[in-house]
Design a protein around this ligand. Sequence first.
Ligand code: FMN
Length: 187
Amino acid sequence: MAEPGGVGPIGPYPTGVETDEQRVEYDKQRRRMLWTLPHGLYVLGSTDRAERRNGMTINWATQISFEPKLMGVGVERTALTHELIEAGGCFSLCTIDREDRAIVRKFTKPVEADLGAKTLNGFAYLERTTGAPILAQAVGFLDCEVRDRVGVGNHTLFVGEIVDAGFLKDEETPVLRMEDTRMNYGG
Ligand SMILES: Cc1cc2nc3c(=O)[nH]c(=O)nc-3n(C[C@H](O)[C@H](O)[C@H](O)COP(=O)(O)O)c2cc1C
């Protein structure tokens, strides 16, 4: 996750970065720079619109159009979430109460979904327009239908139109950001 495990430095390199040592140093510095980009921290819900559900911690999520209202989310090709979004053509994005920051650690691997009890790893979820799971303790949610997909390196950028949105807690509740944790992703 935080470290691109086992991979050597990744180019391209600017002028003057020529030796292996310089490449390693440049690679590290670029990563540190990327880690300073401010991000929110969310739980992305997915479903094949049949029997499968998942929730995944994500920070590569942002609004990308006013009209229509589009969201972009960057999802690892190898993630279960990727498979479910491809299958179901939808996703949900939940903002998380800053007080509930421990939640995001529970959604970094495929979850245990109980469709009868409507829980993901024991956390209650609800379904709105698309059927993608929305954590009941989210502050707010965006429910999206996939309108486009772009392959971007080892991730896919899914573009979703917001078909339903709202708050599940007081809208003044401070929402979780990456800086509220010791986590990082990317770089
Ligand atoms: C702080 C943090 C942020 C993350 N952000 C993303 C992200 O933006 N996109 C992504 O594909 N995975 C992200 N991950 C990794 C996923 O949460 C997850 O580990 C992996 O993609 C597998 O998900 P799966 O349950 O769908 O298989 C992040 C993990 C952490 C800990």
